[in-house]
Design a protein around this ligand. Structure first.
Ligand code: TRP
Length: 340
C-alpha cells in the first residue's frame, strides 16, 4: 500500500449483491470509493451474508457476487490498492457478529427503521437475520478497525449502532475497537428514483424504469431518462421541493459533469426539458461505456476474479484474526493452544 496514504486510517464500505448496481450506487458510493482508495487503506466488501436475509436463488446469488466484484473493479476500484473481500470468505464476520449480538439490546434493534421497512416489504419472511442485520454490519466495520465508513443516509442509524457497540465493548473490557466515523458524501450525491423522485433510487427496485443500472445498454438508458417523471414547467430551474423530478435530473447531471448546480442551470437556460434529458442520457452513456467495456472483458475471466478474492481474503483474514483473538481473550474464553 502506498506510503502517502493517511497511514493507520482505514476506510471500509460494502454493498449487498442483490438487484442491479445503479447510477445511484455509482454517484453515491463507488465514485467516492475510487477517490478515497488512494487516501486511505481501503477495504470494500461484497456482503453476501447480508444478502441472504431476504430470499435468494442460489445460482443467481453466486453470479451476482462475482458480477458485483467485477463492477467494483470496472468502476475503478484498484485491486492493487484496495482490499476487496467476499464477506463469507472471512468467517470472523459471523463470529464477531455473535459476540456483538450479546452486547446489543432487543430495543436497539427494534428501533431500526430499515428493519421496519424490510419487515413490511418481506412480511412473509421476517427472519431473525433480518433483525440482527445491523449487528453483522457492525462486525464488518469493527473487525477491520475501520476509522471511516462511507454510507448513505439510510445507513446512518446502523453506523451509529456500530459506534455504540465499539464504545460499549471498549468500556466493558478495555480499548479494543476503533470507533468509526461516517463519511458523508457531498450534497447532490443522492440520486432519486426516476418515476418517483420522492424516494431514493434503489438497486433492488422491482420497477426497472426507476433506475439506471450500470450495465444498462445505451438505448435503455436513453429511454429511461426520456420517460423520467418531471413536472409540466418549462424553464430549467433547480427546486427540490416543487419540482423534485427535474431537480433529480439536474443534480445527476451536476454530479456526472462536475459542474455545480447554478452552472448546470445556466448551461440549459432557455432550453427545454427534452434537451436536458437528451444531454443527460448522453452523459450517462459516456460515463458508463468504459465501465461496461471493462466489465464485459473481466466478467469472463473467472480465474482473475477468484485471484482477487483470494488475495483480498488473505489480507482480510490476517486483520480479522488479530481482532478476534483479542476479542475472545477479553471476553474470557480459554485461548486454544496453537494460537498462543
Ligand atoms: N447495510 C449496508 C447497505 O445496505 C451494506 C453494508 C453491510 C455495509 N456491511 C457494511 C456498508 C459495512 C458499510 C459498511 O447499504
Amino acid at each position: 500500500m502506498s506510503t502517502e496514504k493517511k497511514k493507520n486510517k482505514t476506510i471500509l464500505s460494502g454493498i449487498q449483491p442483490s438487484g442491479h448496481l445503479c447510477i445511484g450506487n455509482y454517484v453515491g458510493a463507488l465514485k467516492n470509493w475510487v477517490d478515497l482508495q488512494y487516501e486511505y487503506n481501503s477495504i470494500f466488501l461484497v456482503v453476501d451474508l447480508h444478502a441472504i436475509t431476504v430470499r435468494q436463488t442460489p445460482s443467481e446469488l453466486r453470479k451476482q457476487c462475482l458480477s458485483f466484484l467485477a463492477q467494483y473493479i470496472a468502476c475503478g476500484i484498484d485491486p492493487d490498492t484496495s482490499t476487496m473481500v467476499m464477506q463469507s470468505h472471512v468467517s470472523q464476520h459471523a463470529e464477531l457478529s455473535w459476540v456483538l449480538s450479546t452486547l446489543t439490546s432487543m430495543g436497539e434493534l427494534n428501533r431500526m427503521t430499515q428493519f421496519k421497512d424490510k419487515s413490511k416489504r418481506h412480511s412473509q419472511n421476517i427472519n431473525a437475520g433480518l433483525f440482527t442485520y445491523p449487528v453483522l454490519m457492525a462486525a464488518d466495520i469493527l473487525l477491520y478497525q475501520a476509522d471511516v465508513v462511507p454510507v448513505g443516509a439510510d445507513q446512518k442509524q446502523h453506523l451509529e449502532l456500530a459506534r455504540d457497540l465499539a464504545q460499549r465493548f471498549n468500556s466493558r473490557y478495555s480499548p479494543t475497537f476503533s470507533v468509526p466515523e461516517p463519511y458523508i458524501p457531498k450534497s447532490g450525491a443522492r440520486v432519486m428514483s426516476l418515476q418517483n423522485p420522492m424516494k431514493k433510487m434503489s438497486k433492488s427496485d422491482d420497477n426497472l424504469n426507476n433506475l439506471i443500472a450500470l450495465l444498462d445498454p445505451p438505448d435503455v438508458i436513453t429511454r429511461k431518462i426520456k420517460r423520467a417523471v418531471t413536472d409540466s414547467g418549462t424553464d430549467i430551474r433547480y427546486d427540490e421541493v416543487s419540482r423534485p423530478g427535474l431537480a433529480n435530473l439536474i443534480s445527476l447531471y451536476s454530479s456526472l459533469s462536475g459542474m455545480d448546480i447554478p452552472t448546470v442551470e445556466n448551461h440549459f437556460a432557455g432550453k427545454q426539458y427534452s434537451v436536458l434529458k437528451k444531454d443527460l442520457a448522453d452523459l450517462i452513456v459516456e460515463t458508463l461505456i468504459p465501465i461496461q467495456e471493462t466489465y464485459h472483458s473481466i466478467i469472463q475471466d473467472k480465474d482473475y476474479l477468484e485471484s482477487i478474492l483470494f488475495n483480498g481474503a488473505n489480507t482480510a483474514k490476517y486483520l480479522a484474526r488479530r481482532t478476534m483473538s483479542k476479542v475472545y481473550r477479553k471476553v474470557g474464553f480459554v485461548v486454544p493452544k496453537k494460537e498462543k
